[in-house]
Each structure stands twice: as C-alpha cells, then as structure tokens.
Design a binder for this molecule. Structure first.
Ligand code: NAP
Ligand code: MG
Length: 510
C-alpha cells in the first residue's frame, strides 16, 4: 500500500502556494486497490437535530433575552444544522441566580450519597445514548465517528461514573480535612472535545456539591444541550446545571458575574490570560487549561514502528484539534532517515473524509477560521525554509479539510516550532543527546504534555523528570483516564482536572 507523496522545498513553493490556499481536490489515491474500503457510514438518519436550540436555565429550555440565534454548521458539508440561542448578560445573570438558588436550597445541602445517585444515573443514560451522542458530536464538530464513538463517549461516561463514586467519599479523598463545596462554578469550554470537556467540568463540580453555569463553544453547542436533556431525564434538580450558549462575550459575562465563586476555563492561552486578568483580586477561584505544543521525543533505541504509530495518533488524531497533540517530533539523528521514510509512508495511508464513515482517520477541520489559521501557519513554515510533506489524499469539494502534513528542516525559531497550529501538522526536528532533547523540548512557552519513546526505563525516568510538561507519556500517547490528573505548566495553564487533584479544585479543603 504505497502512496506517492509530495515533498516540497521552499524553491518549489511558488507553485505549491495555491495548493495550500486551495485544498487539494480530485487527486487520485495511489494505493493498491485491495486496501481500499467500501464506504461504511454510521447510521445517522434516526437522530433528528431540532431546527432551534434554546438556553437551558433552571431546568427548562428558554428563549434568549436578545431573541437572537446563530447557526451551527456541519464542518464536513458546510450545511446549517440548527440555530443556537445567543445568550447575553441578562441570560447569564438568570442562569447564575438559578445556580445560586439550587446550590443554597438543594444541591449544596444534599448528602453526598444522594448526589452520587444522580451522577450514576446521568452516567448510565449517557451510556445508553452513546451512539446518538457520538453521531451528533461528529456531525457538529467534524471529528471521525470512530473517535467520538470509541474515545470521547466512553470517557464522558467514565468521568461521570468516577466522580459519582467520590460524591459520598470526599472525607476519604482528603483525609483529616473537611471538604466543602465552593458554590456556583462558571465553566467555559472549547470546541475540540465538546462533550468530554463538559463532562470534565460538570462531573467533579457536582460531585463536590457545587452548581454550574456552562458556556459551550460557539461552533459545538449541540451535544451540551443534548446533555441538558439527559439531566432532565435523570431528574437532576432544576438549576443544578445551567447552559448558556453564545459567543466570547457570553463567556466574558460569566467570568465577570459577581455571583460566581469559581471559573474553570479550557481554551486558548490568549483568552485564558484575559480571564486571569479579569479575576485578579476578585477572590474567585480559577483553573485554566490552555494551549500546548507537545514534544514527542524519539530515541534511537525505541521500537520504531510502535513509535511511528504513536506519533501519528498523537498528531493526526482528531485532526490535531487536541491541546496535548504531539505537534513537535524530536528524532535522534541516527534514525532520522528511517523515521522520515516511515512517516511519509504512513501518512499516505490515512483516510481523510466523511467523518461519519467508520473507516475515516481524519475528519473535517472544525471551522473556516481554524482552517485559515492552519494554512497561514503552515505557509509561514514554508516561507521560513521548512520542507513540506503532505498526503496526496483526495479531499471533499465542500467542507473544511486539511491533509495530514509534516514539516522537516524546521528550526527552533520558526513559528511552526513555537506556536500552536491546532491542525494535522507535525514539525520534525532532530537531537543528538538526551540533554539536547529535553532542552529543545522545553524551549517553548507551553508545558502541557510530552511523549518519550525509548527501550530504556532509566531514560524514561530521566526525561520525564526533565521535561516541563503536566503529562508525560512513555512509549504511548494520548491515553486518558478520569483517575489521572491533567493540566499544564507555564502558559499551558494551572490547576488540574481529573483524579484527586481535579476534585480538590472544586472544594474548600480545610
Ligand atoms: P478559545 O477561543 O479560547 O475559546 C474557548 C472558549 O472560551 C469558547 O467557549 C469561547 O467562546 C470562549 N471565549 C472566547 N472569548 C472569551 C472571553 N473573552 N471570555 C470568556 N470566554 C471566552 O479557544 P478555542 O479556539 O475554542 O479552543 C482551542 C484552544 O483550547 C487551544 O488553544 C487548545 O489548546 C485549548 N485547549 C486546551 C485544553 C487543555 O486541557 N489544556 C483542552 C482543550 C483545548 P466562542 O466559542 O464563542 O469563541
Ligand atoms: Mg458545528
């Protein structure tokens, strides 16, 4: 299954530019036909998306104060799926008041064992509706169904189950302490894992006795609102979770609302910094999960084929729309040629296209602005002298697409080595010694995650202690579990989500 791949140098870039600006189209895959699969679309016609989605406040769906709605688009087809209510300050105020009332009258007083029962119920309903939720996540966000079905949804349910288990055991989570809820938590999430980020935020908050106002990302609000229906089905008391959809200003209104005791934000470093400034001196608690530019460090003694699979999954998984994506690859010099050859062969086999097809590896880029950002940054890499290698795969004529790409000849000063691209683009660099590897890996403003590939346990321990990253994977990548805390160093944020540390972020412990 050999693919013909394009490798482009700066000199050849004049003709290449148009290819970066206009997606590759109508190219024929050069695979041996026996490796082609027949289309295998996931059944989706039974899942109806309502033409309009309202806000979810005090247990009911409600029209927005502004009367305005904005469209939610399927990024794989550019079709409008529905319209979403645009919440403003008045709606945020209503939602915060509903959350406060629910906290004071019901949820904050409820024994943990009772709160746990609700969380278990929610977890079970999510499992029952997992297929539908996965389909909606894929249609609204563009990620391949095999990821929403096999990664996102199992983790969403696992987060509710895990935190349901803690609800009546908080004293054991923090022995000798007296953990108490914070009150009302304002939670703002991005578009790359819409339902999973909602679960990461809502489940620990509720387990600890807090109530919630959640602001989903503009481009991916549908599954959060489906989750609201699940809360209704689970008979969760009104006001315990409120969902206010809208744009960045809606999020800012939540951040600045005086009735909120804590803000938990996942998103870009730029917005995270603004939120930190806005909250300084207010006494509100804050956790920030921000951007990343993870390094995968590949030593000569690593199991190379296994490492290539990990590197591929680490960057092309979910179109690279992953904060902890292994977007930089540092290869030890002795194996550089072999690694590049294997990478080239492997990206040519990745299937890009209909996210609902069960064979698709790489789905649609979440939005047009995100696609433009990816193109701009890749172009900057080429302009700065990097060599571009892209899969020649055919891309659909409509929708937002970017082929799996890697850049070689990248220097540490290049933008593609420093800035988060948030797309299926890998920047490859080399190193000679372990010291050089961790110094180069650390030479960025971010510190969210890293991967180390080597046969030597001692090298794993040394590197893991030297790499400044909140999560370090060894001989694997992108493995998640609700029991493991996740979070960053430096401009990747502060605070942890998941595990005991994540639970502690929703309690006063004293
Ligand atoms: P973003 O632009 O920062 O948006 C994140 C959320 O904040 C969205 O709901 C957004 O609303 C809202 N928002 C925008 N401006 C705001 C403001 N001034 N005040 C309050 N809220 C505001 O990030 P994104 O582009 O959606 O997501 C990609 C980023 O998230 C990447 O940098 C990625 O690394 C990061 N991320 C980090 C983690 C982690 O755990 N560290 C996990 C996932 C993603 P709109 O949608 O309406 O703009
Ligand atoms: Mg959408």
């Amino acid at each position: 299954m050999k693919a013909t791949l394009k490798t482009v140098t700066k000199n050849a870039m004049a003709s290449r530019t148009s290819q970066l600006v206009v997606p590759l189209r109508n190219r024929r895959l050069n695979f041996d036909s026996k490796w082609d699969y027949a289309p295998a679309p996931e059944e989706s016609k039974n899942y109806v998306i309502a033409p309009r989605h309202e806000l979810f406040i005090a247990g009911k769906f409600a029209r927005p104060h502004s009367g305005k709605y904005f469209p939610s688009i399927n990024p794989a087809t550019e079709e409008k799926l529905t319209e979403i209510a645009e919440g403003d300050r008045a709606d945020v105020d209503k939602a915060v008041k509903a959350a406060r009332a629910a906290y004071e009258k019901v949820w904050g007083r409820m024994p943990g064992r009772e709160r746990g029962k609700y969380l278990y119920r929610v977890a079970r309903i999510i499992q029952e509706k997992a297929r539908e939720l996965a389909v909606l996540e894929t249609i609204d966000g563009g990620k391949p169904i095999k990821e929403s079905r096999d990664v996102d949804l199992p983790l969403v349910a696992a987060h509710f189950f895990y935190h349901a288990g803690w609800a009546d055991k908080l004293k054991y989570a923090f022995p000798g302490k007296n953990p108490r809820p914070l009150g009302v938590a304002g939670q703002i999430i991005p578009w790359n894992f819409p339902l999973l980020m909602a679960a990461w935020k809502i489940a620990p908050a509720l387990a600890c006795g807090n109530t919630v106002v959640l602001k989903p990302a503009e481009t991916t609000s549908i599954t959060a609102l489906r989750l609201a229906q699940i809360f209704q089905e689970a008979d969760l008391p009104a006001g315990v979770v409120n969902i206010v959809t809208g744009a960045g200003e809606t999020g800012a209104a939540l951040v600045n609302h005086p009735g909120v005791d804590k803000i938990a934000f996942t998103g870009s470093t730029e917005v995270g910094k603004r939120i930190a400034q806005a909250l300084a001196g207010t006494g509100k608690k804050l956790t920030l999960e921000l951007g990343g530019k993870a390094a995968n460090i590949l030593f000569e003694d690593a199991p190379i084929d296994q490492a290539i699979e990990g590197v591929i999954a680490g960057i092309y998984f979910n179109q690279g729309h992953v904060c902890c994506a292994g977007s930089r690859l540092f290869v030890q010099e002795g194996i550089y040629g072999t690694v590049i050859r294997k990478l080239r062969d492997r990206i040519g086999t990745l299937r890009v296209g209909n996210p609902l097809d069960k064979n698709t590896d790489i789905g649609a880029i979440n939005s047009k602005p995100q696609l433009e950002k990816i193109r701009m940054l890749v172009q900057s890499g080429v302009d700065e002298g990097a060599h571009l290698t892209q899969s020649p795969c055919a891309l659909p004529a409509r929708g937002y697409w970017f082929p799996p790409t890697f850049l070689t000849g990248v220097t540490m000063a290049n933008r593609v080595a420093q800035e988060e691209i948030f797309g299926p683009v890998l920047s490859v660099m080399t190193f000679r010694t372990p010291e050089e590897a961790f110094e180069r890996a650390n030479n960025i403003p971010y510190g969210l995650s890293a991967g180390i590939w080597t046969d030597k346990g001692s090298k794993i321990f040394k590197m893991a202690s030297k790499v400044r990253a909140g999560v370090v994977w060894a001989n694997t990548y992108n493995k998640f579990d609700p029991t493991s805390p996740f979070g960053g160093y430096k401009e990747s944020g502060f605070g942890r989500e998941g595990g005991l540390q994540g639970l502690g972020a929703y309690c006063h412990i004293g």
